[in-house]
Design a protein around this ligand. Structure first.
Ligand SMILES: Cc1cc2nc3c(=O)[nH]c(=O)nc-3n(C[C@H](O)[C@H](O)[C@H](O)COP(=O)(O)OP(=O)(O)OC[C@H]3O[C@@H](n4cnc5c(N)ncnc54)[C@H](O)[C@@H]3O)c2cc1C
Length: 405
């Protein structure tokens, strides 16, 4: 396949933002995408919508311009936005080309793809902020006969077999799917982990707009308590129905059954750790952290900020095991892990967790290899619609400098 010197892998928001910035810098390139533009968003469940308000869609040359900036775009509107973004600058996307392996060779790279081999001097990997679904170890012990899926396999309540549903993982996805299934009349059990939570609105404003005025989204990996903290879930909340609170207490009020961490199963029972109170306390501590960050930020400007309301009471008693009888489905919503090492053959390019080791998106190990869209690539907002453009511009500038040299 004839190829320009620069290849971008993946046509989600990160790949398109990089392509936009490379086009602006007149750097010839191609974007290869295994599915269609916005493929990952297309694969999300039917009622999926943004958790961050529409005004946070700040792609370079592709900011949200609709009439509902405070709303939360549903899945198909997000895909339509990305498609129209790609068209707006005639992004050189080759759809339905999967990169099977990437190898540094000589003064560039060899890419083995579903359409044959490609050579490139520079490669930008934009294959997703959230890559490989992660299941806890206990998942392997589930007995046969249950319908077991990851969040990517979930479309809508009608697509599940009849019966009770166990959702494992209480990040945004697990909370939203639990709410939807509960509203559809299912008996839902949610195995909870450690996730932050936040109230959707504070003093009449959305929490994202408050946080944007603090350093929250600009924090870098080095600001976190440990590298592992990069895997912590985003704050529990939802954009559904115009946006509302959706945390442990809200789910408990609805009637969703909350449990500790899922530890496994035998032929008749699901088992859970005795740690629901600890998980809720972890979330409450993060809630207090955010409250104090907002307070301190505004105090330093001499402006009063509203206090976050104290958390309601919570009933933390939960059974250590429950009978499997009556359950039809288990849905794992227990987060993601990076998946670069399985196909990028570059020794030392990734850290212990599998994240690329980069400086401003440039691999510190492999010359010519770049990444964009990675969670905490530069800051917390690197993987978000509001932040990926900033990183894409930096990556494109670096590539333009190299190719001009
Ligand atoms: C459930 C959920 C909700 C989210 N909600 C929000 C939100 O409200 N607001 C927000 O700002 N962010 C949100 N995000 C975070 C982030 O915006 C999305 O994850 C977004 O999809 C990341 O964009 P991306 O371009 O980095 O990756 P992706 O959208 O995953 O794009 C990567 C592309 O690469 C392609 N690809 C992968 N591997 C290959 C290969 N080997 N060869 C060729 N192509 C390949 C894929 O098909 C895909 O199209 C959410 C994330 C999740 C998981």
């Amino acid at each position: 396949m004839s190829t320009p010197d620069v290849v971008v892998i993946g046509a989600g928001q990160a790949g398109l933002a990089v392509s936009h910035e490379l086009s602006a810098a007149v750097v010839e390139h191609v974007v290869v995408e295994r599915g269609r533009v916005g493929e990952t968003w297309r694969g999300r469940w039917d009622t999926f919508c943004l958790v961050t308000p529409n005004w946070t869609v700040r792609l370079p040359g592709g900011a949200y311009a609709g009439d509902d900036p405070d709303g939360f775009m549903p899945r198909d509107a997000i895909v339509a936005h990305l498609e129209s973004y790609a068209r707006s600058f005639t992004a050189p996307v080759r759809e339905r080309v999967s990169v099977i392996s990437l190898r540094p060779t000589g003064d560039g790279f060899t890419l083995r793809t579903s359409e044959g081999e490609m050579r490139a001097k520079t490669v930008v990997v934009t294959t997703g902020a959230y890559q490989k679904p992660h299941r806890p170890a206990g998942a392997a012990s589930l007995p046969r006969g249950l319908y077991v899926i990851d969040a990517e396999g979930y479309r809508n309540p009608a697509g599940l077999p009849p019966g009770k549903v166990l959702v494992v993982g209480s990040g945004q996805t697990g909370c939203q799917i639990s709410e939807e299934l509960h509203e559809a009349g299912r008996d839902v059990f949610l195995a909870c982990g450690r996730a932050p939570w936040i109230t959707r609105r504070l003093g009449g404003r959305d929490f994202v707009s408050w946080l944007c005025e603090t350093p929250f989204f600009d924090l870098a990996l080095a600001d976190l308590p440990s590298p592992q903290a990069r895997l912590t879930a985003n704050p529990q909340a939802t954009g559904h129905g115009g946006g509302h609170d959706l945390h442990y207490r809200a789910l408990q009020r609805l009637g969703v059954n909350l449990l500790g961490h899922f530890t496994g199963a035998d032929s008749t029972r699901f088992h859970f750790a005795d740690d629901l109170a600890e998980s809720v306390a972890f979330g409450d501590a993060r809630y207090a952290d955010v409250g104090s960050l907002i307070r301190k930020t505004f105090e330093s400007r001499g402006v009063a900020a509203p206090e976050l309301p104290p958390p309601d009471t919570f009933r933390a008693a939960a059974p250590g095991s429950i009978d499997i009888a009556g359950f039809g489905t288990v849905i794992f919503t227990s987060g993601f892990r990076p998946d670069y090492r399985s196909w990028i053959h570059a020794d030392g390019a990734f850290d212990d967790l599998g994240f690329p080791v980069t400086q401003d998106g440039r691999s510190v190990v492999v010359p010519g290899l770049y990444f964009c869209g990675v969670h905490f690539l530069r800051t917390r907002k690197s993987s978000l619609l509001m932040g990926v453009g900033e990183d894409a511009a930096i990556v494109a500038r670096s590539i333009a400098g190299q190719t001009a040299a």
